[in-house]
Design a protein around this ligand. Structure first.
Ligand code: FO1
Length: 328
């Protein structure tokens, strides 16, 4: 099967580990036991330029997690990391100091900055970086154009827009967000290969990534949502029992006036896009007009649990695709 997955950071990367195992597309394995493929459309709205380096958190989280280099407990950054460069920058009085720039991670950002400066598009840079990490999926940025998520806050000093990373890391998303804006999104074009991958896909799976700043940002690139809506789309709820499993998606949902519930997120994504929606047993009573809701355990508590969730999403996609064909 050819599957397309719009993904963000930690939740999406973890889910992809399970999906890759189920489809047997792990390129690291000698014998490629399947003609299945996974194309990940990575969110680039979290990207930030710091110290002359272009940092792509969600692309790197997918690449490191599937490539075996991730810091497991953090879910971002590299394993066995040190922060000497960060300390030296602070010693020079360089700002900001709130960003956890790791030494190993900095090598990735230097390669990316050098290739971007040489005129290579982000999609080519990502392909080059994946040559090393071999994630076992095709990782495409959602766009080669610059799109940055900024958050409008008012912490008493008047309304101002800060970069998503500052809001997320420095303020722990605790500053009430009045608005979340994808700066540049309206002029962005899908990266090369994105629309073709969607058109050729047997199904699109929305992983349990942040529905606003991760999946939402990918859907916000003109052309991507429409292309996906033409396919069978099954999503996995990132909200269980009224709370995000990890991260601070509730702060993002509040900012756009969407209730933090499995049903509200599905309705927000829209029945014109979503055909199926997996919710946890805690949300078994979820009912959304025009969307086939199925409940099962959704905690990705270990690889076997994650694979079972991925398998359930695939099975629902196959079932709904067949129904769709019957409906004609
Ligand atoms: N998240 C944090 O909470 N603190 C950090 O210092 C931090 C640094 C960091 C560096 C590189 C990178 O790729 C990700 C990093 N993240 C950090 C995570 C990142 O802010 C989020 O994972 C995404 O942007 C949101 O999904």
């Amino acid at each position: 099967m050819r599957i397309v997955v719009p993904a963000g950071g930690i939740g999406g990367a973890r889910f992809l580990q399970g999906l890759r195992a189920v489809l047997g597309t792990d390129a690291a394995a000698e014998e490629q036991t399947t003609d299945s493929s996974i194309t990940v459309i990575g969110n680039t709205g979290d990207d930030i330029t710091l110290f002359g380096l272009r940092i792509c958190p969600d692309l790197d989280t997918v690449m490191y997690t599937l490539g075996g280099g991730i810091n497991e407990e953090q879910g971002w950054g590299r394993a066995d990391e040190t922060f000497t460069v960060k300390e030296e920058l602070a010693a020079y009085g360089m700002k900001p100091t709130w960003f956890g720039l790791g030494d190993r991670d900095t090598a990735t950002h230097i390669v990316r900055a050098q290739m971007l400066a040489a005129g290579y598009p982000l999609s080519t840079v990502t392909e080059a970086l994946c040559d090393r990490w071999r994630p076992g999926v095709r990782l495409l940025p959602m766009t080669d154009d610059q799109v940055e998520t900024h958050v409008v806050v008012d912490d008493g000093g008047g309304r101002r827009a800060i970069h998503f990373q500052e809001w997320w890391i420095k303020h722990r998303a605790a500053l009430p967000a009045e608005q979340i804006v994808g700066v540049g999104a309206e002029d962005a074009k899908p990266a090369p290969g994105v629309l073709a991958a969607i058109a050729e896909a047997d199904a699109v799976i929305l992983p349990p990534s942040n529905p606003v700043v991760s999946v939402g940002s990918v859907l916000g690139v003109p052309g991507i949502r429409e292309a996906m809506a033409a396919k069978t789309v099954v999503g996995v709820s990132p909200i269980i029992g009224g709370a995000p499993v990890r991260g601070m998606a509730d702060a993002c949902l509040r900012a756009i006036g969407v209730e933090t519930s499995a049903g509200a997120v599905a309705a927000h994504l829209g029945s014109d896009l979503l055909d199926g929606w997996l919710v946890d047993e805690a949300d078994a009573d979820t009912d959304v007009e025009g969307i086939e809701v199925r409940s099962r355990p959704l905690y990705m508590s270990d690889p076997a649990a994650t694979e079972a969730i991925a398998r359930a999403a695939l099975d629902l996609a196959v079932e709904l695709a067949e129904k769709g064909e019957e409906r004609g």
